[in-house]
Design a protein around this ligand. Sequence first.
Ligand code: AMP
Ligand code: ZN
Length: 437
Amino acid sequence: MVLKLYNTLARDLAPVTAPPERPLSIYACGPTVYDYAHIGNLRTFVTNDLLRRTLEYLGQEVELVMNITDVDDKTIAGARAAGETLTDFTRRYEDYFLADLAALNVKTPAAKPRATEHVPTMIALIEKLLANGRAYPADDGVYFSIARFPSYGKLSGRTETEGETEASRDFALWKFWKEEDGETAWEAPFGKGRPGWHIECSAMIADLIGPTVDIHTGATDLIFPHHENEIAQSESVYAAPLARHWLHGAFLLVEGQKMSKSLGNVFTLRDLENRGFSSLDYRYWLLTAHYRTQANFTWEALAGAQTARGRLNDAFLDLDSGIGQADESYRAKFHDFISDDLNFPQAVALIWQLLADSSLTPDVQRATLLDFDRVLGLGLAELKPPTIPPEIQNLLVEREAARKARDFATADALRAQIETAGFTIEDTEKGQKIRVK
Ligand code: AMP
Ligand code: ZN
């Protein structure tokens, strides 16, 4: 297994090394479940899936852990506004989120820990940080002292947010209970309250993986301060690197702008569906942008992806269903592209080269596409030829007879009738080819 990936910490491409005798661990910072995931969030989760599938394609066993952030300021405020318990409120959005992942053919992570189920570990970590002097209590909570962690900033090259003062850059590990937290509180030796967001990830990593993760992922907005803070907390307790490899996906823009509620451009999969797009059209479009470049979502671009995916599906269904073997030279190219920092735009371009390559027999093309789709996840294996109702079949037979008799006026009238019923016909050397519009 040789996968080269850009490592944010090393600031360079580096081979991912396979751990001996255990699956490779990936920790993905998961969603905060207070609303539907938007297509920017989903880009990041598709990237995680492509990473996981690539490693598996290369023969590496993987254990992907993706957390669910089900307690923080936004989830507490959301539950209050909805008049629901935090659990009822967050579970609903968790379910929507998991349904979105399924619609995008994102393989289910091996574990999906919820922050609220790992609070004892968070408390234990904070106690250790208090004991070793990296943390201190204040009026409203327990804070991590950045000045006491000398390598703070090594991931991001930053130590403070713009406009922040030296004193205010310390971050909360624990927030003491306030009225607006309602029922959401845990007893702790240092005071009743709730965890800060950063300690949640450190605790879930410790519980599910251990002191060191092989690959830690997120989008670029998490590099600072979230991941910098995770490093500070975990490394202060375990004195081992939190992650060997850091992968960060670039952001998704919409029509050249950052998504925001005020611009009305925060789209979800439901918005895409309402405009006639399937989730897999979106997945196809994501494959055509490299994960380290900002991608600019436009409806025109998505329509282009929909057309391309439709053509791919049609071409796939047209291939002989005989059992062939994947072509080794195409497999080698595909392997080279995806193992070169997940170069999926090139891997997608290879599909079209393969389909245009007349030196390959259809059964080989089909087997090769199915092999690629283990990583691309476009659902080719599940495609079924469209079912044509008997009355349309009859019209096709009549049209064939009219064409044979060179009665083109009747043939054209029949075509119009078939098309009005929602199908398209193409006259090929092998006869009429019918598709659902
Ligand atoms: P959240 O639910 O806000 O915690 O975000 C879930 C994931 O989506 C995190 O890894 C974020 O970094 C990522 N994310 C948020 N906005 C975008 C965006 N516009 N493009 C790509 N990823 C994003
Ligand atoms: Zn995290």
